[in-house]
Design a protein around this ligand. Structure first.
Ligand code: B3K
Ligand code: ZN
Length: 899
């Protein structure tokens, strides 16, 4: 499980094609929890395009070797070793049969074949297949698979694998078998099997070209009442991909299976997607609006991989963003279409805002730290550490920029050419870029730098208006801030940046835009193509000095530096036709104010709120022309994590004090308006997970959360208690509980108050719903805590709760990760207690599940940016983990952090 040897660095430049190819794979499993025997029969031949090699080197980990045969004859010159199997002096083409065994019951890593809740599951991406059998476990080796599963029929009535079921039947001794065949060539990371006591929700649909398809969502029997939304999401995703990209489901059967022990969200195995229960199971009582939306997005994401990832896959793991960036972009477009259709710009904008918030808070931070890497990394020690915000979210932004530069139709042409050229192959990010360029007759050579340069680019903007000539010039200058060394090393030259801009006249209306040299104005938003370090763009016929609306819809993943005045930001917030930039103006205003207050808090100076911010918030809150979901986003303050990252030295306590102060002031100054918004946005009747209803609930619950900050919280407690008791859905119930807990801490917190009662009720009510109990843990881990009872004490106590189980990643995340990553003020307590706890948990998880441990390990990577006392305590914690952790996964993270 662990690898204590000096970590080996894998480099992109060392890529070489495999010396052998495998055309067909036939697998036979005898499934027994403690010892599963796997017989693998491979058709192998030399790769004509590779350097010849005498021996066949197969990867394998944690396997027991039983035997080998070539062309049916036992083969003696086979050496099993720690990293795999060497088959010596092989012929040019042969059939290799390997028999081995693994121990799924003891597999706590949740990579390879493992047991969860008494059932068998697999997870092979990135390198888990080698934990099942010996193989050329790399994505450029594509083969067709047949799989036979044998198991006890009572314990494992359902036997599933990729593709189509071609035979099944009974065996002696109460066992049975099923044989599956996947007609599509695939890399080993897309292999999957599932066996156990499961039931399915089924639907039959007819694809766009008239073929009958069977869709199934498999779950444990007691979860069948929570599968409808996942099935609906799958059907919507299938329809959307047909319409938007002309891509159809290629198999006769498509299955989703839910498992509660899972390292990440879900996995796109061909025809047999395996999902964390969190992204499948939902009904109104157990899942929030956010859960419903996430399920739709993840079901879409995994389904879309069937073309972008599976039919066309990655040549090597450095190309991971080829499938992940593209598929995130596709799921974002799908979610946007589901929330308002392609036409409703305002509804689309709320999704865009949510995506950009994540990017800026998480990916920009990653780019400023020791794990900074380009969208296409140059090297890694453990590939599982590179399923990152950069590869996924920045990668999606890079794909979005093609669409911004080429237009929707041009982007579609590029996609069509990409599939025409590469269907059935393992390719690179360069192949994708070439398809986009060739399909549109464009030169996208410079665009390559988006794949090879780490770090967050900045674009500085200066403007000048000439009343005499009525010309307005915009000068854009691109560069990088001094980020991490990793980022600096890769910066080679200017990027090709699509910079969308609009100009707003004194009346608040968009101006028609004519660039100098053009004969007529074209539209009111223009995408300027910035390709040099500095460029000036001049607009003509500008009758009065305008206000620029910069980087509309966040057209590139950059930071814009422009010195807006507070009045200008308030004006943009009130008038910009670009909904994203309206939101952005409000955030800039709030961020500026909050950072100023955090500076004062750090210096122990008194705090006072700027009326401009209160006025701006009042206008948004009471503007009934704005959608509730937009208002909710605009009235949410930037997160403490984001704010701390903007400080010269991160000071979580000061940020917390400033943000809490502003929340309290906004609660008090706008109390009547919050109460009115609360009343106006109730959603009586049956629960519906529609974007409109979710928008109302979101704004109502935001109002409740502000009200819970008031010194006199009686009103909030009354509303929240009533809401808690009457709720017919989890969104309202959990928001009410959260408000009660908040009000309790806001007022100092007696233990016999309504918060305690609700917390107990919540547990009892949902004891049998693990995903809801995760929420119960997370709510407590993210509580503010008081001087008398800091949150760490609650967390330590909950670690001993009978329902806590560190081996279940969802549960570990709900308590440990929530505290360490989502409660910055408490986690970064001055006494360093949070860091001690963090180190203890990283070390404990490292021994069980290195992938999950490595995620938690990343939580301290920005340690150098904190105030000196915190910095020193963080370093000490990192050093302890570096001394004790064994896995390659965790070692890579902490060693990079300390380097
Ligand atoms: N491709 C998987 C992620 C696998 C992570 C391996 N450590 C899920 C997804 O992105 O769709
Ligand atoms: Zn993915």
């Amino acid at each position: 499980m662990s690898d204590t040897a000096t970590p080996t660095v894998i480099r992109r430049e060392d890529y070489a094609p495999p010396a052998f190819l495998i055309d067909t794979v036939d697998l036979e499993f005898d499934l027994v929890p403690e010892r599963t025997v796997v017989k693998s029969t491979l058709r192998v031949r030399r790769n004509p395009d590779a350097k010849p090699a005498a021996h066949l080197e197969l990867m394998g980990e944690q396997l027991e070797f039983i035997g080998a045969a070539i062309d049916g004859e036992p083969y003696a010159t086979v050496r099993a070793h720690e990293h795999g199997l060497t088959v010596e002096n092989v012929p040019d083409a042969f059939t290799l049969t390997l028999t081995g065994a693994c121990d799924p019951a003891a597999n706590t890593t949740l990579s390879g074949l493992y047991v969860s809740g008494g059932n068998f599951f697999t997870q092979c991406e990135a390198e888990g297949f080698r934990r099942i059998t010996w193989f050329l476990d790399r994505p450029d080796v594509m083969a067709t698979y047949t799989v036979t599963l044998r198991a006890d029929k009572t314990a494992y009535p359902v036997l599933l694998s990729n593709g189509n079921l071609i035979a099944e039947g009974d065996l002696s001794d109460g066992r049975h078998y099923a044989k599956w065949e996947d007609p599509f060539r695939k890399p080993s990371y897309l292999f999957a099997l599932v066996a156990g006591k499961l039931v399915a929700l089924e639907e039959h649909i007819t694809s766009g070209s008239g073929k009958e398809k069977l869709l199934q969502v498999w779950v444990e029997p007691h979860d069948l009442d929570k599968t409808r939304h996942a099935m609906d999401s799958l059907i919507h995703a299938i329809r959307w991909d047909e319409q938007r990209f002309g891509l159809e489901l290629d198999l006769d059967r498509f299955m989703i299976v839910a498992v509660s022990d899972f390292n990440m969200g879900a996995m796109e195995n061909k025809g047999l997607n395996i999902f964390n229960t969190k992204y499948v199971l939902a009904n109104p009582e157990t899942a929030t609006d956010v859960d419903f939306a996430n399920i739709e997005a993840v079901v879409g994401h995994e389904y879309f991989h069937n073309w972008t990832g599976n039919r066309v896959t990655c040549r090597d793991w450095f190309q991971l963003s080829l499938k992940e960036g593209l598929t995130v972009f596709r799921d974002q477009e799908f979610s946007a279409a589901m929330s308002g259709g392609d036409e409703n710009e305002a509804a689309r904008a709320t999704r865009r805002i949510e995506d950009v918030r994540v990017l800026r808070q998480m990916q920009f931070a990653e780019d400023a730290g020791p794990m900074a890497h380009p969208v296409r990394p140059e090297s890694y020690v453990e590939i599982n550490n590179f399923y990152t915000m950069t590869v996924y979210e920045k990668g999606a932004e890079v794909v979005r920029m093609y669409q911004t530069l080429l237009g929707r139709d041009g982007f579609r042409k590029g996609m069509d050419l990409y599939f025409q050229r590469h269907d059935g192959h393992a390719v690179t990010c360069d192949d994708f870029r070439r398809a986009m360029a060739d399909a549109n007759g464009r030169d996208l050579a410079q665009f390559e730098r988006w794949y090879s340069q780490a770090g967050t680019p900045r674009v500085a903007v200066t403007t000048s208006y000439d009343e005499g000539t009525r010309c307005y010039s915009v000068t854009l200058t691109q560069g990088y801030t001094n980020g991490s060394p990793a980022a600096r090393e890769t910066q080679k030259g200017p990027l090709h940046i699509p910079f969308a801009i609009g100009l707003i006249g004194p009346d608040g209306a968009d101006l028609p835009l004519r660039l100098e040299g053009e004969t007529a104005a074209q539209g009111t938003t223009r995408v300027l193509e910035l390709t040099e370090t500095q460029q000036t763009f001049t607009f003509a016929d500008v009758l009065a000095k305008p206000l620029p609306s910069l980087l509309r819809n966040f057209s590139a993943p950059v930071v814009v530096d422009y010195d807006y005045g507070n009045d200008e930001l308030a004006f943009l917030l009130a008038h910009d036709s670009d909904a994203f930039n309206r939101w952005e103006a409000g955030q800039r205003l709030a961020t500026r104010e909050l950072l100023a207050l955090a500076g004062r808090a750090a210096a122990s100076q008194p705090l006072e709120i700027n009326d401009a911010l209160v006025d701006a918030f009042r206008r948004v809150l009471t503007d009934e022309l704005l959608s509730p979901s937009f208002r909710e986003l605009a009235l949410m303050l930037p997160s403490e994590t984001y704010l701390a990252e903007q400080m010269a030295q991160s000071d979580p306590a000061a940020v917390h004090a400033a943000r809490q102060f502003v929340r309290k002031q906004l609660a008090a100054a706008l109390k009547a308006q919050w109460l009115a918004a609360y009343e106006r946005n109730v959603t009586p009747g049956a629960y519906e997970p529609t974007p409109e209803a979710a928008g109302h609930r979101g704004l109502k619950n935001l109002a409740l959360s502000y009200l819970s900050e008031l010194d006199d919280s009686a009103e909030a407690v009354r509303l929240a208690t009533a809401q808690y008791e009457a709720a017919n859905n989890m969104t309202d119930r959990s928001a009410a509980l959260s408000a009660l807990l908040n009000a309790q801490t806001a007022t100092g917190g007696a233990l016999d108050d309504p918060a305690r009662a609700a917390l107990e009720d919540f547990y009892v009510r949902f004891e049998k719903e693990p995903l809801v109990i995760d929420k119960w843990f997370a709510l407590q881990a993210t509580q503010r805590g008081t001087a008398q009872r800091p949150t760490i004490e609650t967390v330590r106590a909950l670690m001993g709760h009978p329902a806590f189980n560190i081996r279940n990643p969802n549960r570990a995340r709900s308590l440990i990760f929530s505290f360490c990553a989502a409660n910055p003020a408490q986690f970064h307590a001055a006494d360093g207690s949070g860091y001690t706890f963090w180190a203890d948990q990283v070390i404990a998880l490292d021994a069980l599940n290195p992938q999950v441990a490595a995620r938690l390990a990343r939580n301290l990577e920005l340690w150098r940016r904190f105030t000196p006392t915190l910095r020193d305590a963080m370093r000490a914690a990192l050093e302890r983990v570096a001394a004790e952790a064994k896995s390659r996964d965790v070692r890579e993270i902490v060693e990079k952090a300390l380097a």
